[in-house]
Design a protein around this ligand. Sequence first.
Ligand SMILES: [Zn+2]
Length: 886
Amino acid sequence: MFQFVIVLVCVLTTGCTFVFDKSARDEGRFLTEKYAIYRAGIVSEVSYDFTIDLTNAKNYSGTSKIDFLAKESAPLSVDFFEGVVNALRVNGQTVSKIEYNQFFINIPEKYILKGKNSIEIDFTHDYSKSGSGLYRFVDPVDKRVYLYSDFEPYDANTFAPVFDQPDLKATYSSNVTVPKDWEVVSSVREGSVGKTGDTALWTFPKSKKFSTYIYSLHAGPYKIWSSSVKTKNQTIPLRLMARQSMAQFVDPQEWFTTTQQGFVFFEDYFAYAYPYEKYDQVIVPDFNAGAMENVGAVTFNENRFITRGVKSRIQQRTLAEVILHEMAHMWFGNLVTMKWWNDIWLNESFATYAAYLALSEATPFKEASTDFIADAKGSAYWEDQLVTTHPIVFDVPNTDVVFANFDGITYGKGASVLKQLSFFIGPDAFKKGLQNYFSQYAFSNTKLTDFIGALALAGDTDLGDWQKLWLEKAQVNTIKANMVCEQGLLQEFSLLQTAPKDYATLRPHRTQVGLFTLNNNDLKLLKSFDVTYSDAKTKLSEPMGMACDNIQFIYPNYNDYDYVKIDFDSRSLETMSKAISAFSDDVVKIGSWRSLWDMVLDDRLSGFEYMNIFYKQAPLEKDADVLRSYVDNGFKVVEGAHPRVGTWTEKFAAEQKKFASFLFESMKSAPNADVQRIWFDEFLPVVSSAEHMAVLNDILIGKKQPWLKFPIDQDHRWEIVSALASSNFPNFETLIEKEEKRDASARGELKALAARASAPNLEVKQKFWDILAKGPTAEMPLGKLRYIVENLFPPHQEELQSQFADAFFTNLKELKNAPVEYLGAYARLAPKFCSTESVTRLEAFIKSKTDLPPNVIKRLKVASQETQRCMAIRARMESGKAPNPV
Ligand SMILES: [Zn+2]
């Protein structure tokens, strides 16, 4: 901070001799906010011109030409991660002694002129093995090569030398040499393609101004589908791309329809025409995230969004939601960008919120609000109650920290809080505020205060306290409705707000309360009304005097405007236990299941009570969305109820068997295909009995199952093979080999790897363990290692996993310089066995002075907390009565 003040004084004072301490830039791998502030104080008007040659399979080479204005002659550094700098020229002068530490290139002060500057760096770089940077993939089916880039938050500099910070927005032009049959995709459409012999030179003209993390370069013989959308303002050309060998499974119309609906909706809602001329969506293999909002050239995770069979409605809607999420970023994030990563939540929260809004208003997926509770809010409540929770707005001293915080708070809680804010100030004011925000800050960078200021102005209200209490304080409040019913009339109705002991913040909330009675097993709304509350106790006059004997269910967050946990009164609990599966209001139903689980975690409801409702009500559920939002929690209770300290006890095995039978029977009697698919997904990981394995094998060999309501596609077949392998089905290796012959695709390769890794055999585990210990390599990139990690120890192989518990920690220390994406995935193998020993071991490791990245430490802390939760559920259940599966 002090240094920054000096910089400003010098910049603003003519004739000041500027002295900058080079130590302001830490010698580490990541960029600090402090240095980013310094650099943005010097540099402006940046434009990049890249010359890149992608014809070499081993690595790629190129030149990064950076033109910019400097406010003063001053030392600068250019970010460039683990490449080779072949030559450096600054303002035409060759720098003979290049200062490069593998993280950034130092340019001494004497080379930088006040005013116009041009830096040219000739470089060579390896292709990425982790999926971040410029990733190269060879399709095992046809040996075709595909490349794509992925740069958020701080990986544009693993592609080429750049000033890699969001507030140094720049224009980009490029010349890219590739094999002649390739397509090349970037933020703008190519200006020309010149073919010479076996190669082609693609030239891309200057783009509009945007941040480095959303620049992109994808190349390869992608299959391309084209379309367009005509909005009120313009016609936007659309393209969709995928690998040739996966093209047969892509329904381009499905993608284009949502994209078209999205553009019409967003241009109208934001009152700002899409600013980037064209829109490409590229489906890519081995992708680390779900999708990435590169300007005009969005990437999507192929494994997640290409289904090799019939998509369930949930899969269709998830794809539509992600398409819309990335589109919303074109405005929120790309057109207007956070100044620094501390405001990344606003990017993600807003895109999440806007995607669900567009989903419900512009597409046929009108059930988006229930999906929002199950997905976005579900992850928010979970993450916000972890020991690692943090305020929505948090300090990001360097780019290492931002990576750890792409989480349920950044996405789900922020989106939930925006939904609450929209109801708090009114949806019209919210929309008006957004529109003003875009028109005022287009093509520039903002801080949180700019966003909140625009909304406060439109809503004619002061949001200072709101911002402090909602955005700068962590954790979630709980609400409980309290009513006094005397002589059949409501004498008192109040809402009680509480906060966790360590996060004692009460907040201003605005929502609705619904009072219901039971009618033919369904809820019938007797009365609903708006409420605003901010104190520990708020008495409400609205329902006073109404007849109350028949109020059997109170839902204090009707229509789900609030972000709050519910502590149900005993009468409502009784109603849920009798009839929750028959509630016809899905918003209330999902929210209720969600709250029941919170009550278990908060020790307000025992696991047995929960399971009694679960066993009785879950098999009656007809809605796949509702079912998937809570069915997982049943297993968590079973897991917690039966200790397995040290070894795999018979007691737990028996309980798990009982649970597996319950899942199997529920699956067989499921009322529809989508519900059956949910039970199927839950059932596979717990299969252990000979009877269940035989049924699965029958499905594989094509024996008709009269109960089966959905077609078993190739991906389902692999899931079955994996489940059988993990349960030691006789000759499972032959099954894997047969399946490999049926499916010789890249995905087949991954699935076979997963199936082999899941086999319950110590030697097999050791073999895969040794592969994991090496980290990503050219033969085993992160995309493959991820499959091994996820399948190495299914829940019932705890005893085998326990033999690797110590090795997990030893390897983790040795892997500390591996890519953070890999370390985050690897940390999922943390041993957590619902035992004191596990907690002690995890806590001791966390406390030991390890210099592991924050995302890894975060995962270990969560593993420890989950273990403690499991033990707490068990302790509570020890004196209770066991539930009975129906
Ligand atoms: Zn996003």
